[in-house]
Design a protein around this ligand. Structure first.
Ligand SMILES: [Zn+2]
Length: 327
């Protein structure tokens, strides 16, 4: 993935400044929760925030970038910074025990000691419980920063001991503008109309992942899936790319179908409000399409842990289910 610096990600500017303000004024908490998805750069913000805590000459706008602490951090070997990330799917209890033990030792650079926990929603139950005591009494000059993609999956006992950093997600329009500044948007068509690439944000996960998709073949693949689903649902026969979806692509293909079905219902509602005479989908039928979309989404979750599947049969099954509803 392209390595964006935090100052290239405008939606992180406010939360970063808010975090720095607290430390600059000396009024800060010992435990912070960054409920900011990695796809939005939440992990990058955690690292920059850690640098602000460790910096020996903090400025009103962030770390100085020149002190010994900053230089050690830039080189990636600050002895008082600990980063914990999931080992496989989980953050395990041994990782947390090791961290808590390390945090009881004296800081080597004489300042604070900072622990970053990336994807804290993946703390397993034993690990979360092992962390509680340190969160409650972290010791002098110990700061914990928990980054999470989904704070709803964290134990309430964890979140209640942390100060949540205020964050506002960028709108689709703001993401569109950002991608445009990065010069990643496809050229306008012959009528001068821009193609909206943000339709697939939920499939890829967020703007950083979308930027990455746009610089590879991935975005084009998603677009092809969308066109081929539209075609297949219309004719009842799987077309083109959907006949040869690989095991690696099936989750993408189904996520695109999910979006398509949701938009199918939304679009019908929009036409209804614009044109009173238009034949719209009746509510029962709408509910059935939404239910089908739900089944597709459940299958996506299941597929993440399934080794291999007959992708063509699966796609065909959804096309038939849709046709039975519509014709
Ligand atoms: Zn510094």
């Amino acid at each position: 993935m392209s390595d964006y610096q935090i100052d290239q990600l405008p939606w992180l500017a406010d939360p970063h400044q808010r975090f720095v303000d607290q430390y600059y004024r000396g009024k800060s908490s010992h435990a912070h929760l960054f409920n900011i998805d990695k796809a939005l750069g939440g992990d990058k913000l955690a690292k920059v925030a850690a640098q602000a805590v460790l910096c020996q000459h903090l400025t009103p706008v962030g770390a100085c970038g020149q002190c010994k602490s900053c230089l050690l951090l830039t080189a990636g070997n600050h002895p008082d910074l600990y980063v914990v990330e999931p080992d496989g799917n989980q953050i395990k209890v041994d990782q947390i025990r090791q961290l808590c033990k390390a945090l009881t030792q004296t800081a080597q650079q004489g300042g604070a000691r900072v622990a970053i926990i990336i994807n804290a929603e993946r703390l397993n139950l034993a690990a979360a419980n092992a962390l509680l005591k340190t969160l409650e009494e972290p010791g002098d000059d110990v700061v914990l920063i928990l980054q999470t993609n989904t704070s709803a999956q964290l134990l309430a006992t964890i979140t209640s001991r942390c100060q949540t950093l205020k964050f506002v997600k960028p709108t689709k329009l703001a993401i569109h503008d950002w991608l445009s500044e990065q010069k990643l948007l496809p050229a306008a068509n012959s009528e001068g109309k821009m193609h909206d690439v943000t339709w697939c944000l939920s499939v890829v996960g967020g703007p950083l992942a979308l930027a990455n998709s746009l610089t590879s073949q991935h975005y084009q693949q998603l677009l092809t899936f969308r066109q081929d689903w539209a075609q297949s649902l219309k004719t009842g026969h799987l077309s083109n790319s959907l006949l040869k979806v690989s095991d690696q692509q099936i989750v993408d293909a189904l996520n695109v179908l999910y979006l398509y079905l949701r938009q199918y219902v939304l679009k019908s509602n929009k036409i209804k409000s614009n044109n009173a005479n238009h034949q719209t989908l009746n509510p029962v039928f709408q509910a059935k399409i939404i239910e089908l979309a739900g089944r597709v989404m459940n299958m996506c979750h299941k597929l993440e842990t399934m080794p291999s599947v007959n992708t063509q049969a699966l796609c065909q099954q959804y096309v038939l289910a849709f046709r039975q509803l519509t014709y």
